[in-house]
Design a protein around this ligand. Structure first.
Ligand code: PHE
Length: 488
């Protein structure tokens, strides 16, 4: 009905200048008319221009004054010719009308106070306020002075309308045929398809967002990094054991039993089961020996190595525990085969939680085990790996790990932050770690580790780790994060 009214009107008139007025004149709500306008505009049947219009509308108080008269007029009207006492008048009018009315009437010089008496100063008055409010209510716009006065008294407020002005569009028709959207069997059988007008495809319409599963940002980056490892010929290590014994997490890595990382301040130890009995005995004996008195050209640490310490169960503090198991298994084979291994999985550290630390994170770890590897090989493979991540400017700093020698911290120049940031740790596994396993003497292992969270936060511009991981993660962040393309 609104559509017919619009099209009918434009048949004889040049334009509809204001959709709001038009809606009122045909007795429909503006929202309904707006929907019709949008549809007609979409088919170019009408040409619609957005317009904004400002108007003044009465507040609730303004409406009461319009109906009953302004308080000052009421005040004046309630004073008999001989005058009246304040108290009586207040009782007659109520305190609100009395208070507002007395001030405004006094200001208009309509009344005078004589001691306790209120008297008229003029014969009669015109209720200009009531009159103005009535005119504004019918759409009239009085002068600035009047507007300002009423606005100050909070009797009117400005309202902004959004509306349209309409003209015929290039495809104007006085009556729109309803376009068919589907060609059905019935249309074909009856043959009425010949006379139908079909709705055109709107190829510009936006498709609704797909409600599918979304990958968490960390998993997205993990997949990318996983692909890099696979491209470089690495095999994945089985990291599906969060619980590890101290033996594989520390001792086998030539980490002495007094090392501060083995304290419960740094490591989560398990209560039940608190210890592991199942350890490879012959290997364990060689590990004990290398800690106590060395061998393979090493002096060892010279302390009394305790089996109970090695048996303690913990949540693994690094995936290097798994690398160690893998290397030990490799050493048990009859003939040595070079290997490239990687893993990306969770590790746990008993740390104070803050913006950049949680008590658990994902470690990315890579290692190459082959004959005659050197530090140059390590630097080369790190440059290859990190350039595939989009970090081609690297620097290395000598560092210390109990299980690697030499060890290097890896820094990358961050263009956004304009500084060098530490991105990982690396080194060549010590002979004290590799030789007790039974690996041939000329076999070296180069390895490196980094967190998955750090590069993910940098890539997605997240500054608080709790926005990335844990119960506070906003699901929309995961839904709306752009596709991760490392190295582009
Ligand atoms: N395990 C080390 C860490 O927790 C990472 C690392 C792996 C360092 C391999 C050197 C070699 O940071």
């Amino acid at each position: 009905m609104a559509e017919e009214a619009v099209l009918g009107f434009l048949q004889t008139k040049e334009q509809i200048s204001d959709s709001h007025e038009f809606a009122t004149s045909i007795g429909v709500g503006h929202t309904e008319l707006e929907n019709v306008i949008k549809s007609l505009k979409g088919f170019e049947i009408v040409d619609a221009q957005e317009i904004t219009r400002e108007s003044w509308v009465l507040t609730e108080e303004g409406k009461t004054y319009m109906k009953n008269g302004s308080p000052e007029a009421l005040f004046f009207g309630a004073i008999p010719p001989e005058g009246i006492s304040r108290n009586n008048l207040k009782e007659k009018l109520g305190s609100e009308v009395f208070d507002i009315g007395s001030k405004a009437a006094a200001k208009n010089k309509w009344i005078a106070f004589e001691k306790d008496l209120v008297k008229r100063k003029v014969e009669s008055v015109q209720d200009e306020v009531q009159n103005l409010l009535g005119r504004i209510n019918t759409g009239e716009v009085p002068g600035d002075q009047a507007i300002n006065d009423l606005k100050r008294r909070k009797l009117i407020v400005k309202q902004t309308w959004k509306g349209y002005s309409l003209k015929k569009g290039p495809k104007y028709v006085s009556k729109r045929k309803k376009a068919a959207t589907d060609l059905t069997r019935e249309h074909i059988v009856s043959g009425d398809w010949k006379n139908l007008e079909f709705k055109e495809y709107n190829l510009n319409a936006e498709a609704p967002p797909i409600q599918a599963g979304y990958m968490h940002s960390l998993l997205e980056v993990r997949e990318e990094i996983q692909n890099i490892f696979l491209q470089m010929g690495f095999e994945e290590m089985p990291t599906n054991n969060f619980v590890e014994s101290s033996f594989w997490n520390f001792d086998a890595l030539f980490q002495p039993q007094q090392h501060p990382a083995r304290d419960s301040h740094d490591t989560f130890f398990l209560e039940t089961p608190g210890s592991t009995k199942d350890l490879p005995e012959d290997y364990l004996a060689r590990v004990k020996l290398v800690h106590e008195s060395g061998g393979y050209g090493s002096k060892g640490y010279g302390y009394d190595w305790k089996r109970e310490e090695a048996e303690k169960n913990l949540l693994r503090t690094h995936t290097t525990a798994v690398s160690t198991r893998m290397l030990h298994a490799l050493a048990q084979q009859d003939t040595f085969t070079p290997k490239r291994y990687y893993s990306i999985d969770r590790v746990f550290r008993n740390e104070a939680v803050d913006r950049t630390h949680l008590a658990e994170f994902h470690q990315i770890e890579g290692l190459i085990c082959d004959r005659g590897l050197t530090l140059g090989d390590l630097i080369g493979v790190l440059e290859d790996f990190f350039s595939r991540l989009g970090m081609s400017k690297l620097r290395f700093k000598p560092a210390y790990n109990p299980y690697t020698e030499p060890s290097m911290e890896i820094f990358s120049y961050h263009d956004g932050l304009e500084k060098w940031v530490e991105i990982g740790n690396s080194g060549m596994f010590r002979p004290e770690m590799l030789l007790p396993m039974g690996l041939p003497e000329d076999v070296n292992v180069i390895a490196w580790g980094l967190s998955l969270e750090r590069p993910t936060m940098i890539l997605f511009g997240i500054s608080n780790i709790r926005d990335l991981f844990g119960p506070k993660v906003d699901f929309n962040l995961i839904k709306n994060n752009p596709i991760c393309r490392l190295g582009l």
